[in-house]
Structures are given as C-alpha cells and as structure tokens.
Design a protein. Structure first.
Length: 207
C-alpha cells in the first residue's frame, strides 16, 4: 500500500499504477504537474517523505515483472551461502510481486528459463555470486551480528543484478512452494550449524 509506479510515454503522457483497497489502479495524465496534483491531494505534506527510486526494467513473463527473494545464511564455517531462492511474478497490473496482490511464486529455474533460455544457468549463478557479495558487504557495514538475510533482488533484461531491499529478519513464505521445501529444511540446518559455530560447539559427526 502506498507505492506508486510512474511511467512516461512520449506520445501518451504519464501513467501511474497503485494499489487501492483490493484493486490495482491505472491512471493517465497529460502533464507531470497534473500527476503531482493528484499525489498531493492524496497525501498532502506527507508526500515530501516519499522516496523516489529509479525504475528498473525487470525481466517479465506474460508482461508481468519478476523479482527474486534470496534467503541467505551464515553456515557452520561462518560463510554466507544461498539457502533458497524464490521467484515472484507480479499479478496483472500490480506494482509489486506480493502474492497477496495476485503475485505467483515460482522457482528461479522456471522463471529464468522462460526469459534467458540457454543462458539461464549462467544468469542464476551470477546472481548467487552477487548475493553472497552483497551479504558480505552488508555485514561489514552493520554493527550487529548477522546470520540470516532476505535479499529482494531484481534481474533486468540485460542480466544485470539489482538489490532493492535487505531484511535482517526475513519471512519464510518462499519455502511454502512444493519445489522449495528441501531448501526450507536446509535453511533450518544452516541456522543450527551457525549457532554451533558461534557457541564454539561442534556436531558429533564432525568431531
């Protein structure tokens, strides 16, 4: 709620998509000034607190954008690893990929094979490598101990990686997908292994 996606078309003007109640709304404005008047009417002085982000042309399936949740963990060797990845396809006309707004959860292989074809494995491996580097960078610049992160990541049509958000207490909804249940179990294993590392205990099968 409260997110707007603004698009400019040279011949047709400005388009705004947003969520209102249970519906996705699309409006067109001939001038930018008329668009801003609408936003000011809806939010007043609170509009000055909005964050403006560059639009990213994400990969799409059926004209619906796709982003990814990378569930990251520290393992028993104190290294960041990718525990699980869920691909989220936006619902028709939605400004986000949230399942409750009509989004659909897919495996990354399903999503990338339909957009990159033979290059899908290469693109996925690159995204995993970038996710590890991002987690390491966040940890270096964060004052508290981190052992788990949820990275919201986008991949554009050129295969470039974009991070939108990092969550220190990520949800586990991606593991509800039947094909990701094993990754959900692995996630719990990583939590245990990292706790053993922090406590300086070792598993019996590693002694």
């Amino acid at each position: 709620m409260g997110i707007y996606r603004l698009t400019y078309h040279p011949k047709r003007g400005y388009f705004v998509r947003y969520r209102r109640g249970a519906s996705n709304v699309l409006l067109r404005f001939t001038t930018f000034a008329s668009l801003v008047r609408m936003l000011k009417a809806r939010h007043g002085a609170r509009l000055s607190g909005y964050v403006v982000q560059q639009g990213i042309r994400l990969i799409e399936i059926d004209h619906c954008p796709i982003d990814f949740r990378f569930h990251m963990h520290k393992n028993g060797d104190n290294r960041w690893v990718v525990a699980g990845i869920g691909a989220k396809k936006a619902g028709r006309g939605s400004v986000t990929t949230h399942v409750k707004n009509g989004g659909q959860l897919m495996t990354p292989e399903q999503a990338l094979s339909r957009t990159f074809g033979d290059r899908s494995s290469e693109v996925l491996q690159n995204a995993k490598d970038v996710a590890v580097k991002l987690s390491e960078a966040i940890e270096r610049n964060y004052t508290h101990t981190l052992g788990e992160l949820g990275l919201d990541i986008g991949i554009d049509k050129d295969g470039e990686i974009w991070m939108f958000e990092a969550n220190a207490k990520p949800g586990r909804s991606i593991f509800k997908h039947p094909a990701l249940k094993e990754q959900g179990k692995a996630s719990l294993e990583y939590i245990l292994d990292h706790c053993l590392y922090l406590s300086k205990f070792r598993r019996k099968d590693e002694s």
